[in-house]
Ligand binder design. Structure first.
Ligand code: URA
Length: 231
């Protein structure tokens, strides 16, 4: 049970201060009874707003196909943000919707977003080794020697103390400058820096998988709601 004004504010309907006005403007019921007092304790499942159940009252977990050119930071001065793609009410949620890990501005593909802080901690923790699959294209042909190098778990990136965890590199001889790389961790700019450590520059980078989740038919900029069990 939560105070109604708190619940409405958490879900982005209005601020706590605006709750009394919100109740005047909208038909809000709890177990079918009209409510005017925002301070009463309610169960989210019992609340209807203008006849509709609450919008994702148990929290959001979204899979977004991140387009190129958007940032995962909340800072507007860093450029257009992935959060601007979301409905306004979701942007107003508190806790705020944030990405689980980050993709660079110049990286596209699968990213998870949530307002559930425990998911952010869980899935960015080094203890939680979720495999993430990236497709990279590079400025030069990739040698099969990179496969054991990345798999060894001994590659130390510039400025890091600890080596990268073993990573699986898959090369396709028909496209010698394209590779798939599976990482179970997420160091800053890790894919670009791993290739840079071998002398190659990553030209394009796209994430296609996070655990068992894939993009499916989502176009860039589109998102869908997912359940944690699907990861
Ligand atoms: N590695 C990178 O270099 N960039 C990303 O966006 C993700 C992984």
């Amino acid at each position: 049970m939560r105070r109604l004004d708190q619940l409405l504010a958490n879900l982005g309907y209005c601020s706590r201060r605006e709750a009394r006005d919100f109740l005047k403007k909208h038909a809000v019921t709890v177990k079918g009874q009209a409510v005017r007092d925002p301070s009463g304790k309610v169960s989210a499942a019992d609340v209807r707003i203008d006849g509709e159940p609450l919008d994702h009252p148990d929290g959001l977990l979204l899979l977004l196909n991140k387009p190129l050119g958007l940032v995962c930071s909340h800072e507007e001065r860093e450029g257009p943000r992935i959060y601007d793609l979301l409905p306004e009410r979701w942007q107003a949620r508190n806790p705020q919707v944030t990405s689980i890990g980050r993709l660079d501005k110049d990286t596209s593909g699968l990213i998870l977003l949530t307002d559930q802080t425990e998911f952010v901690h869980k899935y960015t923790s080094p203890k939680h080794k979720v495999p993430k699959l990236y497709r990279a294209t590079t400025d030069r042909d990739l040698s099969p020697d990179l496969i054991p190098l990345f798999a060894a778990g001994t590659l130390v990136l510039d400025g890091e103390d600890d080596p990268c965890a073993p990573a699986e590199l898959r090369l396709d001889p028909s496209t010698p400058r394209t590779a798939d790389l599976v990482l179970t961790e997420g160091k800053y700019h890790q894919v670009r820096r791993m290739f840079a450590a071998t002398g190659a520059t990553v030209l394009t980078l796209h994430r296609t998988r996070f655990g068992r989740l894939t993009l499916g038919k989502l176009a860039p900029g589109e998102f869908r709601s997912v359940h944690e069990d699907e990861i």
